[in-house]
Ligand binder design. Structure first.
Ligand code: SF4
Length: 298
């Protein structure tokens, strides 16, 4: 049985076709959104901070920023794409740098908890040998009160609500892994660092919630294993998908990208999208008219 991960299953839930291209056909794409690129650079800088601390080395914030900038330069490649026309590579680089400075100022001297794991690869069971998951835990801390904290760094540009974090499944799954490694632990807390906002979010899970989550993921794995069709599922997330050239819902947009305006307007996909937008506008106008008439009748 394939070893699944939270992100692999999420890809299937978001778009079965993207899942197939990535995980079954193994088509590699170099494309990477600049937000993900920046998040990875911030991530590896914080990893260095805590790995060095385990060996009693306290980096200064400037040493960390030098490390971050060196990695940024070393890893930047032509396939990193920026969706926003009004933003540049430098804007994103500076944003990541500010996030590291803020994090450092907030948590220095980093001695409140004991760090047990950094970037720890885990494989854990959902209840039987056929259903296992793998993952990487950013950091596991033990507080002076004996609570195990699972930490995760997020470079998202939006702060989530508490409700969203209480429903988050990734760290809850990692709690199953932590409890497998430390079965005597009574208290586990999930902690997200929204580094662009210098804010923490926290949440806890009951044993009952973890059992329900195991069931949910066993069903998800069984569904993927049984799947015979992998249809595209268009959503706002398509903007960050690197498989447009293989996707029937999007490939015409790549084809027409370099065409002269006259030819582009004749292209079938373009014509259909245009017609679709036109019809949607008409539907919305009709909706407004219906509301007007309704009001007059009342
Ligand atoms: S572009 Fe959208 S619909 Fe097509 S494979 Fe990617 S995520 Fe799926």
């Amino acid at each position: 049985m394939t070893l699944y991960s939270y992100s692999r299953i999420s890809t299937y839930e978001t778009c079965p076709l993207q899942y197939k291209l990535q995980h079954i056909d193994n088509i590699k794409t170099e494309e990477e959104g600049v937000e993900a690129f920046m998040g990875t650079r911030v991530h590896e800088t914080l990893e260095k901070l805590y790995k060095d601390l385990i060996l009693s080395k306290m980096n200064t914030v400037d040493e960390l920023i030098d490390y971050y900038n060196a990695k940024w330069k070393e890893k930047w490649h032509d396939e990193v794409f920026i969706n926003r026309d009004d933003m540049t590579e430098e804007d994103y680089r500076k944003t990541g740098e500010r996030a590291i400075r803020d994090y450092y100022a907030t948590y220095h001297p980093f001695d409140h908890n004991k760090t047990l794991w950094t970037e720890k690869r885990v494989v854990f069971s959902l209840g039987d040998e056929d259903h296992k998951l793998r993952g990487v835990i950013d950091r596991l801390d033990k507080t002076p009160e004996g609570v195990l904290e699972i930490h995760d760094y997020k470079a998202s540009g939006r702060m989530p609500t508490q409700e969203k974090m209480d429903a988050d499944r990734q760290l809850a799954l990692y709690q199953i892994a932590v409890l497998e490694a430390y079965p005597d632990t009574e208290n586990v807390e999930l902690v997200w660092h929204y580094v662009l906002f210098d804010q923490e979010m926290r949440s806890r899970r009951t044993k009952k919630q973890l059992e329900e989550l195991k069931k949910e993921y066993i069903e998800a794995i069984d569904e993927i294993e049984a799947a015979e069709e992998f249809p595209p599922n268009e959503s706002a997330l398509c903007d960050w998908c690197g498989y447009w050239e293989y996707c029937p819902a999007k490939k015409h947009l790549i084809k027409i990208d370099g065409m002269p305006e006259k030819e582009r307007k004749k292209e079938k996909g373009y014509v259909l999208v245009d017609r679709y937008v036109e019809l949607k506008e008409q539907v919305s106008q009709l909706g407004e008219e219906i509301e007007d008439v309704k009001e007059q009748l009342m």
